[in-house]
Ligand binder design. Sequence first.
Ligand SMILES: Nc1nc2c(ncn2[C@@H]2O[C@H](COP(=O)(O)OP(=O)(O)OP(=O)(O)O)[C@@H](O)[C@H]2O)c(=O)[nH]1
Ligand SMILES: [Mg+2]
Ligand SMILES: [Zn+2]
Length: 357
Amino acid sequence: MMNDPHSELNGLGWSAWFEQKTTCQATETVARVAAVDRDLLLLVDQAGPFRAKLAGSYLHRHHLAQEMPCVGDWVCLEKQPGDDFGVVHALLERRTSLRRKSAGNAIEYQMIAANVDYVVIVQSCHFDFNLKRLERYLVMVLDGGAEPYILLTKTDLVDPAVLAAQLADIHSAGITAPVVTLSNVTQDGVDEFRRLLVPGKTYCFVGSSGVGKSTLINRLIGLERLETKAVSGTGEGRHTTVRRELIRLDGGALVIDNPGMREFGVVGAEDGMAGSYSDIAALASRCRYRDCSHAGEPGCAVLAAVQSGEISREHFENYLKLTEESEFYQMSYADRRKKDRDFGKYIKSAKKDLKDD
Ligand SMILES: Nc1nc2c(ncn2[C@@H]2O[C@H](COP(=O)(O)OP(=O)(O)OP(=O)(O)O)[C@@H](O)[C@H]2O)c(=O)[nH]1
Ligand SMILES: [Mg+2]
Ligand SMILES: [Zn+2]
């Protein structure tokens, strides 16, 4: 047995792997990043959660996005006894990373989360299911060294035959990652999913906005802790979650909620695509859902225009290809853009959830 002076952190995801990599000085302690707001951090250690900031010297020496702490990171910090505010001096090496290449930048990555054991790729079987997107997520997960789970939600909204066809699609694409299906409305499958969660392991939930990530995590917590979309119709639509955060469940597993990926259609207006696709952007503003993906939703003005021949199918498909790429590479763009809520207020509520009592 290896002597691990930090074993009291095991419940937060610590393991011998990190002990071997620790570069912390004797005067420093170790904690895990539960949430980040620029250079302000919410950390958690065996004593519970507390606030910290990044040392100025760290900011001087590190400039790439992936060098900044992200949710799930382990950090070395200095904290005076009795002090409830820490100063972070270093990041520990990451065992796994969930990250995306920044568009048009060869050396920079956008970090989604670090030291995640399992990434739960969530798609709703109602309108959101997309095999190509699923495959890109799988590549991202495997590239970062974590293990994937595929989770199809909203099974209450589709015919069992539709769900069966999606499962068959996944299977015939040669995807071997475990697939779980559930409904947050009927609770069908929720307990089965809960039983998969292993104490001390970290699960990161990713997927489009509105697929039910926060709703499920709330069920797992047993509290309406995370903000979810007000129940209105089927819930497809705009982003609700704006912050990545690490939450400990009663059963001992650690979960990270994420804001949804940017949706199709919004990207064009802001990313220089508006010029060549301004016709589609203009039509998109008349779709029933503000963040319509033009993939078959009711009241889609873009698809109607394709059907009537007002815009050519080829032009539309090129647009989809482009938006899908930018959507994928800019997952955190929307949440960066989103006005951040008061971090202090958030920390108060988060502190309750991370308390070890
Ligand atoms: N019918 C049905 N609705 C669901 C289900 N799960 C979630 N919803 C609804 O879908 C909407 C979106 O759920 P959220 O949990 O906020 O979705 P999210 O994935 O966290 O979305 P973002 O935070 O924007 O990324 C809400 O109105 C939920 O009530 C489900 O299994 N079935
Ligand atoms: Mg959410
Ligand atoms: Zn549309």
